[in-house]
Design a protein around this ligand. Structure first.
Ligand code: EPZ
Length: 418
């Protein structure tokens, strides 16, 4: 049964919500449990369809993996496979994050090539090049990636031509139990990388420079399961900030890490919002009329995150003035533009550049999400729009947003899941 949201926009929000745990931190840490002995407890693990797929993959591989009251319990002592079937890879291309850990633990890994997705081709050349440098023999044919490291993996210097988040994570997961030292230069610096390394260090890994551009990993003999609390989801926080901004609201976000929002907060301040952060809590107050943010460029962390581009574009659509949004990370991440225009937005796209001319009002319409963060942007716009909107394709949203209709409903939004 395909679900959809009915949203009656134009209502102010108020109150406080707890920001969920980070999807993009949970997934690599769930993959990292493959490397540990004993039972891991991951607190603040969000209940999402992507996390559910990762747990299903772990169970398929022979591990014990379940969620109890918001914590994931994972024990990989029973691992008895090293292949991830096509249907898992098709369902979540991010399953590639299991590659490095599987190869390290089993000396072998068999995954189908993670196809492209709604954002365009999602190459993994940086992942494979680094693993080869660490001694893996990798053949790619008939859509299958077959990896072997019969003599185990050996630490190596790896220079990333692009600070790829997934490649950085896969290299770290391959390096923590490898023989010798691995140095990653031009590593991704996202907070989720830092959280993965915090988890691995607690488990006994030797990692220096996590969150910096250069990360050094000295391989150790073994890792022990730990209890770890997943960091809050900075993209969900940015989405809630956008929802409050477009509805002229004052809301409170609990459980945020201000340092993770370093490039996000200034965008909302430039739009005229008032933001106060203290002890992991944010007070967010929108102005009567939003000012257009003149230029937003998505960049690797600590730059403005590509995952927040769609929600902030929705905010720009109802701001006073014109905004230029440049999407530098993915080549096809403007799919939400057409749907925003159905609500009355005035947006023109030329390649990687979108010019958003703010309008006074958006009007409810029937709209369709085509990718996760685009869905989030459409919800923000529907909350601003006068009248009723019907949003289809919310299965995309449920990959990354935990019970988002209930979260927004608790802030006073008129939103119903059918
Ligand atoms: C992670 O994807 C996130 N996913 C994405 O979030 C996020 O948008 C992205 O990082 C950028 O921050 C998870 O963490 C599960 P990349 P990832 O490797 O690792 C190119 C969401 O909405 N590239 O940093 O796939 C690639 O084509 C998702 O939660 C290569 O060319 O991102 C892209 O243009 C969407 N070769 C750029 O790098 C490679 O081998 C960024 O990709 C790898 C990547």
């Amino acid at each position: 049964m395909v679900s959809r949201y009915i949203i009656n926009g134009g209502k102010r929000l108020d109150g406080a919500v707890e920001v969920q745990g980070s999807k993009n931190s949970s997934l690599p840490i769930l993959a990292a449990t493959l490397l540990t002995k004993g039972e891991n407890i991951l607190f603040n693990c969000p209940s999402l369809s992507d996390v559910d797929i990762a747990l299903r993959i772990l169970r398929f591989l022979g591990c014990k993996a379940c969620v109890q009251n918001g914590a994931a319990l994972v024990s990989c002592d029973g691992l008895n496979k090293y292949d991830i079937p096509d249907e898992f890879m098709r369902e979540m291309r991010g399953s590639i994050i299991f590659l490095g850990a599987l190869l390290s633990r089993c000396g072998r890994a068999l995954l189908s090539f993670p196809g492209g997705c709604e954002l365009g081709p999602r190459p993994i050349d940086l992942h494979l090049k680094a693993l080869r440098a660490m001694g893996a023999e990798i053949t790619e044919r008939y859509g299958i990636i077959e990896c072997r490291a019969d003599k185990g993996l050996t630490g190596a210097p790896v220079a990333l031509s692009f600070p790829s988040v997934g490649a950085t994570e896969n290299i770290i997961l391959a390096a923590v139990l490898a023989k010798g030292t691995t140095t990653i230069t031009n590593a991704a610096r996202e907070p989720e990388i830092r959280d993965l390394c915090d988890y691995l260090t607690e488990a006994g890994a030797e990692i220096y420079g996590a969150g910096e551009g250069t990360i050094v990993i000295n391989g150790v003999d073994s890792l022990n399961a730990v209890s770890h609390s997943i960091i809050p989801d900075r993209i969900v926080a940015a989405t809630l900030m956008s929802a409050a901004a477009v509805t002229g609201s004052c809301i409170y976000l609990d459980g945020i890490s201000r340092s993770h929002l370093g490039s996000i907060i200034p965008v909302f301040v430039e739009a005229g919002c008032e933001i106060i952060c203290r002890d992991g809590c944010m007070r967010f107050k929108a102005p009567e009329r939003l000012r257009a943010v003149s230029l937003i460029r998505t960049m690797p962390y600590p730059g403005f995150p590509t995952d927040a581009q769609a929600p902030v574009m929705a905010m720009s659509a109802v701001s006073d003035g014109s905004a230029v949004i440049v999407e530098n990370i993915f080549e096809n991440r403007f799919k939400h533009v057409g749907e925003l225009c159905r609500l009355g937005a005035d947006i023109n796209v030329e390649g990687r550049v979108a010019v958003v001319k703010g309008v006074e009002k958006l009007y409810g319409a029937c709209i369709e999400a085509q990718e996760l963060r685009g869905a989030a942007g459409l919800i923000v716009a529907a909350l601003a729009a006068e009248g009723k909107s019907e949003l289809h394709g919310i299965s995309y949203l449920e990959r990354g947003y935990e019970n988002f209709d209930l979260t927004l409903g608790s802030l006073g939004a008129d939103i119903v899941k059918i």
